[in-house]
Design a protein around this ligand. Structure first.
Ligand code: SAM
Length: 222
């Protein structure tokens, strides 16, 4: 079987980053805020894709979790041994059983879930955090008007997937893909703060905002 080379994995990750920017304006800045928020020894990059955020968590033992076998395959090779890469479906409870972290971060990802599942997921994230642990979420969180669609990025995104799925070393992973779709749920930051409090987090705040992109941070104090 053809192995994915480090060079090809890094190129796929670099081009993924370029393709993702229209879906999260100011992505680089937002992810720097996530990385700063992620203090502690053990960090989890939730729905981490090809590993953009995980690669920034340089002072922690990092786990990347995602459901997509192609993205996981790229992340495994691009990130190397420094990051543990695990497959799990956040759409169902149970993904966090037996896990414990000091920080959990998510970027451009939790809009995939509708309000009911996201509330439940926030409680599950609370449960995997050690006391004192921090959760940070970067996504589009519009105040007022409707969220920009990011549709101007769709052509590039389709092009990225066409290239990845045609790579001989990713053929087996491609066959294992299940497209669960996205709820495209983009509530304002105030919704996230309320849902995080209801999930058991004691300290919640909007740590950073630029236009429609924001980072909310929540701490489990006990
Ligand atoms: C737009 S990408 C963002 C990936 C990465 N955080 C980044 O910013 O580059 C959304 C990610 O959510 C993941 N995802 C969607 N539904 C998921 C689920 N049910 N369980 C785990 N991951 C999921 C996708 O596979 C994808 O990696």
């Amino acid at each position: 079987m053809t192995q994915l080379s480090r060079a090809d994995a890094e190129e796929l990750r670099r081009s993924w980053d370029v393709r993702q920017e229209p879906f999260l304006p100011h992505r680089d800045e937002a992810f720097a805020v996530l990385a700063d928020a992620a203090t502690g020894r053990r960090a989890l990059d939730l729905a981490g894709g090809t590993g953009t955020i995980a690669s920034r968590l340089v002072n922690a033992e990092v786990t990347l979790l995602d459901v997509d076998p192609v993205l996981l395959a790229v992340a495994r090779v691009a990130l190397g041994d420094r990051v543990e890469v695990v497959a799990a479906d956040l759409g169902a409870p149970g993904w966090g059983v037996g896990l414990e972290f000091d920080a959990v971060v998510a970027g451009t990802a939790l809009h995939c879930f509708g309000p009911g599942r996201l509330r439940a997921l926030y409680a599950e994230i609370h449960a995997v955090l050690a006391p004192g642990g921090v959760f940070a979420n970067a996504d589009r969180m519009p105040e007022g008007g409707p969220v920009a669609s990011g549709d101007d990025g769709l052509a590039g995104w389709h092009e990225w997937w066409a290239k990845a799925l045609a790579h001989p070393a990713l053929a087996e992973a491609a066959r294992g893909r299940v497209d669960g779709g996205s709820a495209d749920f983009y509530p304002p930051a105030s919704w996230h703060l309320e849902a995080l409090r209801a999930a058991g987090f004691d300290e919640v705040e909007v740590r950073w905002r630029r236009e429609g992109t924001a980072v909310v941070v929540a701490r489990r104090t006990r």
